[in-house]
Design a protein around this ligand. Structure first.
Ligand SMILES: *[C@@H]1O[C@H](CO)[C@@H](O)[C@H](O)[C@H]1NC(C)=O
Ligand SMILES: *[C@@H]1O[C@H](CO)[C@@H](O)[C@H](O)[C@H]1NC(C)=O
Ligand SMILES: *[C@@H]1O[C@H](CO)[C@@H](O)[C@H](O)[C@H]1NC(C)=O
Ligand SMILES: *[C@@H]1O[C@H](CO)[C@@H](O)[C@H](O)[C@H]1NC(C)=O
Ligand SMILES: *[C@@H]1O[C@H](CO)[C@@H](O)[C@H](O)[C@H]1NC(C)=O
Ligand SMILES: *[C@@H]1O[C@H](CO)[C@@H](O)[C@H](O)[C@H]1NC(C)=O
Ligand SMILES: *[C@@H]1O[C@H](CO)[C@@H](O)[C@H](O)[C@H]1NC(C)=O
Ligand SMILES: *[C@@H]1O[C@H](CO)[C@@H](O)[C@H](O)[C@H]1NC(C)=O
Ligand SMILES: *[C@@H]1O[C@H](CO)[C@@H](O)[C@H](O)[C@H]1NC(C)=O
Length: 686
């Protein structure tokens, strides 16, 4: 707000004086533009004295100005905004701002103002128009802080984050009637006494994140709109037990040690309640003893006030009719009290993931008409019952996450009462798909899930559900765009037939480890004309499905199959033109027929995401396909292309050897042979 107001003001001045027509002035060290001078990170140890006298914004972050002297800003009397963060600034001399009393924004984060804070305080007190002050990261204790801000009655926003503040009482914030925003995060605050913020009548935003507070009791800051108390050690949150109207809209108590649901103001306007990462549980069902009460004593002046609460009382005081976001993920909820949602008419986003919920019943009176997101993932739900009927529906539910539970099925009516639902995540549940003509009504249907005719559904996640072989029309009447069936090793043993009803609409399909194999005859993707992303990994496919060639996929995953080769012509087809990313590793490609690999690599439009991991099989050895050794290439040539040469090479020496042998035999036995011939002829009678 302050910033917006500031820029509007700047703008008005700018129009009035016609400064805008002047070109950007050059300065030896700083960049000056309009009425702003940027001297950030210039190794300066003093404020430059020769900037335009009309400068209204001066940026001096990341320099080395250790002392801001009396005369430093003397000529900049129009200064409104000054940044001096990260300078090692130790002291501001008391007269430093006397000439520039219009300063309303002063940022001095990450300095060493603890060194001489009383002198710096005197300088700050001379700024009657100061609205926003940043003193974060200056090693200030609470008393130093109190001194520095003592007389800054015009202040609207103060940050003292990342300092050394440990406890606060009513002596620390006095005389700050306009303060709206107070940032105390990342200190060591372990105690805030009642009344510490009493004089801050205008306080709207209070940040106490990352401190060491053990509890917040008697919370009575009715004017506050945002309280951030995340990342403390809070075990209790109790609002003052009376009928004051609180303006609180956002309460962040996440990352604490809450054991109970906070006791919220009875009259509230709470819209966002963040309770993630606590230890919240409800105990009424576990301990049925109305005598268990807790007495909290808070010393107030000399009188000790005692608040008595029944530990096992389940309903918070307040009716949360404005609540829109409720995050109770990462707690220890085993159940939700009956009628927990009653009155939460505005609830849009409910996160209950990472708890121990075993059942969830939503009753008719708890109308959740506004609910858009419901996250119940990572629980132990085996039973999800919503009293769905004419009076009860979830008309706005779009996103329903039931991942990682123990569900076997869902009520059959669930999709008729959730007309807007687009996304359902049922992954990692022991789900069964209802048989085609199975019963579709009554409690019996909780043992299976019927997706058919869920016309609004677009994204369905069924990964890791151990699905049986899918029937042929389980998706009839749906228009799924995204379907994840991965890690269901039996689901598609009979081929792609079960997907026939959704094939025309699917764009993203994950069939990783779904039992598609060489044996299945029906691996025909030609009906999936809108498919963009296809995961076929871990399926023992022995040949590349030819039907993929006609699809316009942008991503294809073929890892961990049994492919020996890919068709070389694949890239000349629509597939080659649309494909951007392909995964290929963990297949026993034949090293001697990698023609397709060279073609694929020559395509600059296709990125082989796992290029370095692609291996091929050469006489039962795995060799990196991206750089095949020359020797393998040679011997492949040997074996495949020049087979005739091989024959020649093998046959010629044999023939030659035979010939030589014959010649030798002939030569050695020549005498005998001639004699034998002679004898023959001699003995014959002439
Ligand atoms: C700075 O100005 C203050 C107030 O005018 C004065 O008291 C102080 O002596 C001056 N300091 C120096 C170092 O001149
Ligand atoms: C505080 O500043 C004054 C004036 O700059 C100086 O004389 C004094 O030594 C400083 N004190 C400390 C503790 O640095
Ligand atoms: C509360 O403060 C923490 C730490 O600065 C921040 O992460 C968180 O978003 C804040 N919560 C809200 C609701 O703004
Ligand atoms: C409620 O209690 C707080 C302190 O506990 C007190 O300041 C406030 O005035 C009370 N309001 C009403 C209406 O009683
Ligand atoms: C709790 O105890 C009361 C009486 O002692 C009994 O009427 C009630 O049904 C019990 N509730 C549960 C949830 O056990
Ligand atoms: C608190 O009690 C002490 C002693 O009991 C007494 O002297 C003092 O005046 C009391 N203070 C108030 C504010 O009542
Ligand atoms: C504590 O009790 C006193 C007197 O009974 C009362 O004036 C005061 O408002 C109470 N404080 C709180 C925080 O309830
Ligand atoms: C459902 O929740 C789990 C974990 O809480 C998350 O990993 C998953 O992405 C969510 N599903 C969807 C569809 O957002
Ligand atoms: C690798 O090739 C050899 C023949 O060269 C073959 O016997 C073996 O089964 C192949 N390995 C794989 C994993 O296909």
């Amino acid at each position: 707000m302050a910033l917006i107001a500031h820029s509007i003001f700047l703008c008005v001045v700018f129009l009035d004086t016609g400064w805008g027509s002047k070109p950007t002035a050059d300065h030896s060290v700083c960049k000056t533009e309009k009425r702003s001078a940027d001297c950030n990170g210039r190794w300066l140890d003093t404020v430059p004295a020769d900037l335009p006298a009309g400068t209204e914004e001066l940026l001096l972050d990341a320099n080395a100005i250790q002392t801001l002297r009396n005369a430093s800003l003397g000529q900049y009397q129009f200064l409104q905004s000054l940044r001096l963060c990260e300078n090692g600034l130790e002291v501001i001399e008391p007269g430093a701002f006397l000439a520039s009393r219009r300063i309303s924004f002063l940022f001095m984060a990450n300095n060493a103002l603890f060194m001489n804070y009383s002198m710096t305080a005197a300088a700050l007190w001379s700024l009657p128009a100061l609205r926003k002050l940043d003193l974060s990261g200056n090693q200030l204790t609470e008393d130093m802080m109190a001194t520095l801000i003592q007389q800054l009655s015009s202040l609207e926003s103060l940050s003292v984050a990342r300092n050394a503040i440990m406890r606060l009482d009513d002596s620390h914030f006095k005389n700050l009637p306009y303060l709206k925003e107070l940032d105390l995060q990342q200190n060591y605050i372990f105690e805030i006494e009642i009344g510490a913020f009493e004089s801050l009548q205008g306080l709207q935003f209070l940040n106490l994140a990352y401190n060491y507070m053990p509890c917040i009791v008697e919370f009575d800051l009715t004017q506050l709109r945002i309280l951030n108390a995340s990342n403390n050690r809070i075990e209790w949150f109790l609002a003052a037990d009376n009928d004051s109207a609180f303006k609180l809209e956002t309460l962040d108590l996440s990352h604490n040690r809450l054991l109970f649901f906070p006791l919220l103001p009875r009259r509230n306007k709470l819209q966002t309640l963040l309770l993630t990462h606590n230890k919240i549980s409800f105990y009424g069902k576990l301990f049925n003893d109305s005598e268990s009460t807790l007495q909290l004593q808070s010393p107030y002046d000399n009188i000790t006030n005692v608040t008595t609460i029944n530990l096992w009382e389940e309903i918070s005081y307040g009716v949360l009719s404005f609540l829109s976001i409720l995050d109770m993920s990462w707690n220890r909820l085993q159940y939700l009290p009956e009628r927990f949602f009653e009155g939460m008419a505005s609830l849009g986003h409910l996160k209950l993931s990472h708890n121990c919920l075993e059942t969830l019943h939503i009753h008719e009176r708890e109308s959740l008409d506004s609910l858009v997101d419901l996250d119940l993932s990572y629980n132990r739900l085996s039973n999800l019952q919503m009293n769905l009927g004419p009076g009860m529906s979830l008309p706005n539910l779009r996103w329903f996450n039931l991942s990682t539970n123990r569900l076997h099925g869902l009520q059959a009516e669930i999709f008729t009462h959730t007309p807007m639902i687009t996304t359902v995540d049922l992954s990692n549940n022991p789900i069964e798909m209802c048989a085609l003509h199975g019963s579709t009504t009554g409690a019996g249907s909780l043992s299976c899930i019927d997706i058919r005719n869920a016309g609004s559904l677009r994204n369905l996640y069924l990964a890791g559900c151990n699905l049986k072989v899918l029937g042929s029309h389980v998706f009839r009447g749906t228009f799924l765009v995204q379907l994840d069936l991965s890690d269901n090793p039996s689901a598609l043993l009979s081929g792609l037939l079960p997907l026939q009803d959704v094939a025309p609409s699917l764009q993203v399909l994950s069939l990783r480890n779904t039992g598609l194999s060489a044996a299945s005859i029906n691996v025909d993707f030609s009906a999936f004309q809108k498919l963009k992303i296809l995961d076929l990994s871990e399926n023992s496919l022995a040949s590349f499905p030819e039907s993929l060639i006609g699809l316009r996929l942008s991503m294809l995953d073929l890892r961990r199959n049994c492919l020996h080769t890919l068709p070389q012509h694949a890239m000349q087809n629509p597939l080659g033109k649309s494909l951007h990313v392909i995964y290929l590793s963990r297949n026993p490609y034949d090293c001697c027929s990698l023609g397709w690999w060279d073609v694929l690599r020559s395509f600059s439009t296709v990125h082989i995401a796992d290029m370095s991991e692609v291996t091929c099989n050469y006489s039962s050895r795995l060799i990196n396909a991206a750089n095949l050794p020359e020797l393998v290439l040679l011997s492949c040539k040997w074996v495949t292309t020049d087979i005739i040469l091989l024959y020649l090479v093998l046959v010629l020496p044999t023939c030659f050897a035979l010939l030589v042998a014959f010649a030798i035999i002939f030569l050695t036995f020549r005498q005998h042979i001639l004699q034998m011939v002679k004898i023959r002829y001699r003995s014959s009678p002439y």
